[in-house]
Design a binder for this molecule. Structure first.
Ligand code: CIR
Length: 273
């Protein structure tokens, strides 16, 4: 397996965010430390980690997940929903060229100039490619994924998140393995779950997590090891019970408070191939 990660730039505090951080601004040194801890854990589980240097002109550049979608030997470079982030992709495209399994790289905006899509709205489970429409990902963006990847796996477009106030699809959903998903236990989560079931039947078991932030875990080693967000005690109870105790998953809690202030989730700081 390969992982792509990218350093935090010194300009990180100027990131795009919906969080009001006026009373508790982003602490850049702490953010760097939290990100380094995250990368260190990944390095213990992934053989090849490609480290892309920070791009000072792009405060959000560490959120690499948003920049590309990879299924099998094909990668698509996204046209990101936030205009200020669009040029982040070149550093990641270079990194993708170092991954031997990737044989072709296409650019979303060349396929359809109207398309916008963030990787935070796309979950590739290994069985299905699930694409959530959001304020960042439009129907044209989803259509490009359908066109590009339908020969590889079923691609399903989930629409119910659009009526809710959530940045990305994966803010409320993440995977443990190719048949187990975690989802936030709220109305939006219920609707998204129903929609996924309407396409995939009973393929997935859903684990309901009480809070939104910790619904996003990072799963490594095929779901035998996960990183989850520290300091969400209600959700931690569910993660310990459902993943560690019932399923024998090894778990590691990390505090990512400064990245949360930037609307960053755990999956968004890496691309796993
Ligand atoms: C943004 O608003 O684009 C960044 N500040 C956060 C992106 C987080 N990406 C993700 O969860 N996939």
């Amino acid at each position: 397996m390969y992982a792509i990660v990218r350093d935090l730039p010194s300009s990180f505090a100027n990131c795009v965010t919906s969080v009001d951080n006026n009373n508790d601004p982003i602490n850049i040194d702490l953010a760097r430390k939290q990100h380094e801890d995250y990368v260190d854990v990944i390095k213990q589980h992934v053989k090849h980690v490609i480290h892309v240097p920070a791009d000072e002109a792009h405060p959000d550049c560490c959120f690499v997940e948003d920049t590309a979608i990879i299924v099998g030997d094909r990668a698509i470079i996204n046209h990101l929903g936030a205009e200020s982030r669009r040029k982040e992709v070149s550093g990641i495209e270079n990194a993708l060229k170092e991954v031997p399994v990737i044989k072709s790289i296409v650019h979303m905006h060349e396929i359809d100039p109207k398309a916008t899509l963030d990787g935070g709205d796309v979950l590739y489970t290994g069985k299905h490619l699930l694409v959530g429409l959001s304020h960042r990902t439009n129907q044209s963006g989803a259509d490009v994924l359908v066109k590009t990847f339908s020969d590889k796996c079923p691609v399903h477009v989930i629409k119910s998140l659009l009526t809710h106030d959530s940045l990305h699809f994966k803010c409320i959903l993440s995977m443990l393995n190719d048949n187990t998903l975690l989802i936030t236990d709220h109305e939006a989560g219920q609707q998204v779950m129903d929609e996924i079931k309407s396409f995939t039947g009973d393929h997935y078991t859903f684990i309901k997590v009480p809070e939104q932030v910790p619904s996003n875990i990072l799963s490594l080693d095929g779901g035998k090891f996960i990183i989850y967000q520290k300091d969400f005690s209600e959700s931690e109870k569910v993660i310990i019970e459902e993943l560690k105790n019932k399923r024998g998953v090894q778990v590691k809690a990390l505090c990512m408070s400064e990245l949360i202030k930037a609307d960053g989730a755990l999956t968004c700081c890496s691309i796993l191939i």
